[in-house]
Design a protein around this ligand. Structure first.
Ligand SMILES: *Cc1c(COP(=O)(O)O)cnc(C)c1O
Length: 381
């Protein structure tokens, strides 16, 4: 069996987790701040807040930006459902912006056209959430310029993209956004089993997200309604959640982050190799955006829509566990129940009808990659 993605766990990773089990803290100890420091070092962001999933990070990012009832969140229809769900969890309305068919990312031109129409209607979004599909950054300079012009906030869903770069900026530097979110699920670039984090350069947003991940409670006397009753004292000053990451997860994350550059380099080498090996086959390879280093979470090929299921089934039949990313969110029954219908975002739907994610992960051997290519050749013959 060759999965489409899997974790890469070293002896040092195992030892880091075992060491935590023998230490004083299983949660709320030194490993989470160390992991957060490693995220700041890798991205250049001023602050990082680690939590128990990217979904949680997206949720507290929206809350920290004040997203609530009467507000609008716009995201890409070509994403995992979590990107849209967090808007509803905050009580906001959700809408989508169609994709660029070459990069599979939110199209800045489509965004601009939709913003122009929304301004006329007085229905501008409060938050726009571009998604760095497959690990390739959206055009953040363009989206950041629109944010200034139309007055919305930006949360990057970079669940696929840690270790990627656009121009001189590592993904997560937040030059053109308010907050950037990563996922550490095992299929992603680095893993903490479950886990996520938000980076930001705004100390106020970082402090707010830290509070929201831990019940809305503060120990900062400056934020209390009166002087602390004693050293035990805390105050709950807003409504929060328990979204904390454990020390076991953070220690794994610290160990994994030492190999981030290697993971991304290996994924890029394998992606380049796919590009070469697949060049003669009747399929489209992923588009590359210039001046951008993809973290290559996914390698998505596109085939004729009437062949997609047969090709997918052929791969699965040969033990190659291909996948499809993503079923357009607006076509999910839940979202159809909230006013959306097939046909609303035709480019995301056309992309979906052709897409297959083939195996790509740091531990994929060239021999296994060759057998993926050989099986694809049979399937497309
Ligand atoms: C994986 C993923 C998420 C959710 O990440 P979790 O850590 O599993 O919560 C959100 N958005 C995108 C684009 C993802 O790929």
């Amino acid at each position: 069996m060759i999965p489409y993605g899997r974790q890469d766990i070293s002896e040092a990773d195992v030892q880091a987790v075992v060491d935590v089990l023998g230490s004083d803290f299983l949660t709320q100890g030194p490993q989470v701040p160390l992991f957060e420091a490693s995220l700041c070092a890798a991205t250049g962001a001023g602050h990082a807040v680690a939590v128990n999933s990217a979904t949680s990070a997206l949720h507290i990012a929206c809350l920290a930006l004040g997203l609530g009832a009467g507000d609008l969140l716009w995201t890409s229809p070509n994403t995992f459902v979590a990107s849209a769900n967090v808007g509803h969890l905050c009580g906001a309305k959700v809408d989508f912006v169609d994709i660029d068919p070459e990069t599979f990312n939110m199209c800045p031109k489509a965004l601009e056209a939709k913003l122009e129409a929304a301004r006329d209607l007085g229905q501008l979004p409060k938050v726009v959430m571009p998604v760095h599909m497959c690990g390739q950054s959206c055009d953040m300079a363009a989206i950041g310029a629109l944010a200034k012009r139309y007055g919305f906030r930006v949360i990057e869903d970079a669940s696929h993209a840690i270790g990627g770069r656009q121009g001189a900026n590592p993904v997560g530097a937040c030059e053109h956004s308010d907050i950037c979110v990563f996922s550490f699920h095992p299929v992603k670039i680095v893993t903490t089993a479950e886990g996520g984090a938000a980076t930001t350069n705004d100390p106020g947003l970082a402090a707010r997200m830290e509070r929201l991940r831990s019940h809305g409670v503060t120990r900062d006397p400056a934020l209390m309604t009166h002087a602390p009753d004693g050293d035990w004292y805390y105050q709950q000053i807003e409504l929060g959640l328990n979204y904390r990451m454990t020390e076991l997860q953070a220690a794994l994350g610290v160990a994994q982050m030492t190999r981030l550059a290697d993971f991304v380099a290996r994924r890029n080498a394998l992606a380049d190799r796919y590009d070469a090996l697949l060049s003669d086959l009747p399929l489209q390879r992923p588009g590359r955006q210039k001046d951008t280093l993809s973290a290559f979470h996914l390698y998505v090929i596109r085939v004729a829509p009437d062949r997609r299921k047969a090709v997918f089934d052929h791969l699965r039949g040969a033990g190659i566990l291909a996948n499809v990313h993503y079923i357009p969110v607006h076509t999910q029954p839940y979202w159809q129940g909230h006013g959306f219908a097939p046909g609303d975002f035709p480019l995301a739907e056309a992309y979906y009808s052709r897409a297959i994610s083939i195996p790509l992960y740091a531990g994929l051997s060239e021999a296994d990659q060759d057998s993926v290519v050989a099986t694809l050749k049979q399937a497309l013959a």
